[in-house]
Design a protein around this ligand. Sequence first.
Ligand code: SF4
Length: 448
Amino acid sequence: MKKTIVLVYVTSTPGEIHPAIYYLKEHARRTWKNVSFITRVYSQKKSASVIVKEITNEHPLLVGFSTYIWNAAKTLEITRELKKKQPGIPVVLGGPEASYNARRMLAERNDIDVIAVDEGENTFTELTGYYSYGKGNLADIRGIVFRKNGRITDTGPASLLDLNTVGSPFLSGYIPNIRRKTITYETSRGCPFKCAYCSYNTGSYARMRFFPLRRVLREISRILAGGPRKMNIVDDNFNINEPRAIKILGQVRRSVQKTVVTFFLRADIWKISEELAGLLAHRNIFCTIGVQSLNPTTLTIAQRINDRKNLDANLRLLNRHKVKFILQFIVGLPGDRYGDVRQMINWAFRYEPYGIHLQTLRINPQTVYEKRAEEYGITYKKVPPYTISQTRSMTAARLAKSQMLASHFEFIFNNRALRRRLIRIHLETHIPVTRIVEQSLKNGPLRD
Ligand code: SF4
């Protein structure tokens, strides 16, 4: 009988295609041709016992789960149920949420056997060999934390994965039908920056690496020909290498039909060229620009580059080209006060962005803020979603007031009629946008 491994991803977004489990399958099946890798995507809403029944019906010799902040709770519900029903099946977790909390998770839960830390492709391939053919020892597989006979062992970081060696699940056909779906896609991995609230840049992700450009161009063409509803290109610093970004955008523009394509752009560090801005100006292309805060002290604490002149010049350029962009801020960064949240909104409003997002700070595991929470007077939830309740510069009451202002502003800004009314009142009265929003919070809906 063919050996079977089941790889599971739990989604919170209907129609989402997240490629992590397909990368694992594509990478491991090149080495282990006699193993059948079954990929399963489940909705958060599906009952854990039904999911477990479907998984065990495949008689797997191993079940792997890809965990993120948005699916960790449900994934752990499934692993608990799975171990209860089939204690003999090894359970392996990977993905950021398990990676960042590996030791603690294994210490607290006996329904997990192994956690693959950091990038999983090579590690998972080795784990497949160990569990399918008894090859080697767990202790010799780098990049895992595992429990054996009650003892937790960390085998240390795996060697850096060369992206040239990672197969493409998009080109091999392992990704299921993507028509009208939302697909997550990366053209690179890693980030050279060290923002204090971010845990992405840990382990091998502290090194910026690119997938080969020719492959990326082929993948984009293939994906867009499949007719997804949305393609989210999730590289955090898409324009870090502008000539490459221009080639990728050129391919997107040549291939796109109805799909909405999104990018993350840095506008605070590098100067955006006329050519790049011109390519971004397309009815289907949207970019998100992280500003996070406008307060120089806050940005210094957050270890963010603070070049407002460059940011202003880039946004003016994007405005001239009519590029659709969303400005993103974090509410509650250490150093920021209520007045800073007001300033973000009033400043952002001037650039007529397509959207303005104001998210409350989360203290993700393994971040600088987690390590220095006491120093900055941060109190926060120790479990997902890790949101803060106060900082030294923002009391709980001021944070709640800031969140109220942010969410009410977003509500108005995301509603076309309300947005038009807000703009009209602002232009006619010259009252700052935030004062208008605050008045509407007190007096009810916006009135002309
Ligand atoms: S927030 Fe973005 S730029 Fe900053 S470290 Fe994380 S991935 Fe890099």
